[in-house]
Design a binder for this molecule. Structure first.
Ligand SMILES: [Ca+2]
Ligand SMILES: [Ca+2]
Length: 464
């Protein structure tokens, strides 16, 4: 090993490194001759993009192959399949390497020739580096950061509108590609075809992401650069991957979704009809069109496209609570947008294959029809006075018993003549059957005058 010291907080060095430390400490300056007496640097490859170069004090990760002048290899990081990680300019490297790394870009490749006086001098390293050896290094820089680095954010796509940005305690869903500085991909939510979902600012993600995600809009594309002390540090352990220790991480983030547990349903009316005799109340039957999208604009459901309306009774549990709330007070002909947070939508589970877990839903709604419902809890009401001889009227054949057929015929006749009203939006036969069963106390399929009377006396707001 051609380096004097261990990397930053690395495990204890193997014996050879200890030996090198000792020997280098003893090395006397050597007066050489010709070109071999000076440090020579050849920049073999310089990338087009180079936002930052190595400065003294930086921590770097690099690969190298070390050879003697005759081409014989004495050491290589590739053989160990791991980069060499070290602070530059702090005497942890032989002097020649400390100097040679300065000014390098990530992905730059340098051929470096180091004279003995800037390496191991006239002593060399017993059994490894002969005395007065000129050392050649083929260096490829992988990573660079400084302990003073902060999180860097760079927004490279800004959506046209941004009604809301990420704040502490929000729950977000985002896609990301995670790369090292040299561009190598180490993780991607896209490859899993699933967003990364988390609370922000509460320590569920690395500190650098908690900070770097603040202020992001839906649809924004942002690169977040996280130095290791705000990322996975020396251990390099992520949630599902083991990273090289002390690596800088690039996250290219696309925000898909954002909400807060304190969010309520948001309603925005963008078209109001000229007249509105009644707005939707609980128990009303309504028909409406809608498009359902996620916050990023992806359509997940559309009644408009299907050419069918959605028909429900408000307050009857036929739609998610957020939709029930979002439809209230709407007029026929009105158009509105309803934004539903997941705790009032499909929750953490979502809908398999249709709605991801913890998704905010945006519904664009047009109300087409409204049929006023009955008061809450009623399935049938009389519009006027109830006949005093009700049982006799229902018992058409006068045999003292009411069968379901008689009962059903009678109720439908009342509805047809406008004297009674069934709750809209439900199956009339089911309502009638339930009413009949309710009257038939002993369940023998007939309602007697006695059963009818008992039911009548205890009824508070029941059917008849
Ligand atoms: Ca009868
Ligand atoms: Ca009975």
């Amino acid at each position: 090993m051609a380096f004097r010291a261990r990397g930053w907080r690395s495990p204890p060095p193997p014996p050879l490194l200890l030996l090198l430390l000792w020997v280098t400490g003893q090395a006397a300056p050597v007066a050489g001759l010709g070109l071999d007496t000076e440090l020579q640097i050849e920049r073999r490859f310089v990338p087009d993009e180079c936002p930052r170069t190595v400065r003294s004090g930086d921590f770097v990760r690099y690969h190298y192959v070390g050879t003697f002048s005759d081409g014989q290899k004495f050491d290589s990081s590739y053989d160990r399949d791991s980069t060499f990680n070290v602070f530059v300019g702090k005497g942890q490297l032989i002097a020649g390497m400390d100097q040679a790394l300065v000014g390098m870009c990530v992905n730059e490749r340098r051929f470096v020739k180091i004279p003995p006086k800037l390496a191991y001098g006239s002593e060399g390293v017993s059994g490894v580096i002969p005395p007065d050896s000129v050392l050649h290094f083929d260096v490829l820089l992988m990573d660079i950061w400084n302990s003073e680095d902060q999180v860097q954010v760079h927004t490279y796509f800004t959506p046209p509108s941004c009604p809301r940005t990420i704040q502490v305690s929000d729950f977000v869903r985002y896609h990301y590609n995670g790369t090292f500085l040299d561009g190598t991909l180490f993780d991607s939510s896209y490859s899993r075809n699933r967003t990364f979902d988390t609370y922000i600012g509460q320590g569920y993600v690395i500190a650098g992401m908690d900070e770097g995600l603040l202020g992001v809009c839906i649809g924004e594309k942002r690169r977040i650069v996280v130095p290791p002390h705000l990322g996975y540090g020396e251990e390099g352990r992520g949630e599902c991957w083991l990273l090289p220790s002390n690596s800088v991480l690039h996250f290219d983030v696309l925000l898909m979704d954002i909400w807060n547990s304190e969010d309520q349903v948001q309603v925005h009316t963008y078209f109001t009809p000229p007249s509105c005799p009644r707005t939707i109340q609980v128990s009303d039957f309504v028909r409406y069109h809608y498009n359902g999208t996620f916050l990023d604009g992806t359509l997940f459901d559309s009644r408009w496209n299907l050419g069918k309306t959605y028909n429900i009774v408000l307050g009857s549990g036929q739609v998610v609570l957020g939709m029930d709330m979002g439809l209230r007070e709407m007029c026929v002909g009105e158009k509105r947008t309803v934004v539903i947070p997941p705790h009032l939508g499909y929750g953490e589970a979502g809908v398999d294959g249709e709605v991801p877990g913890s998704a905010v839903l945006v519904f664009d709604i047009e109300l087409l029809e409204l049929v006023a419902g009955l008061p809450e809890g009623y399935m049938f009401i009389w519009n006027g006075e109830v006949s005093p001889n009700l049982f006799e009227e229902i018992d058409k054949d006068g045999n003292g018993e009411v069968l379901l057929e008689e009962f059903s015929e009678y109720i439908h006749a009342q509805v047809a003549s406008g004297k009674g009203k069934l709750a809209p939006g439900f199956d009339a036969e089911v309502i009638v059957k339930n009413m009949f069963t309710n009257q038939d106390r002993n369940g023998d399929g007939k309602v007697t005058a006695e059963e009818f009377k008992l039911k009548d006396q205890e009824a508070k707001h029941d059917e008849l």
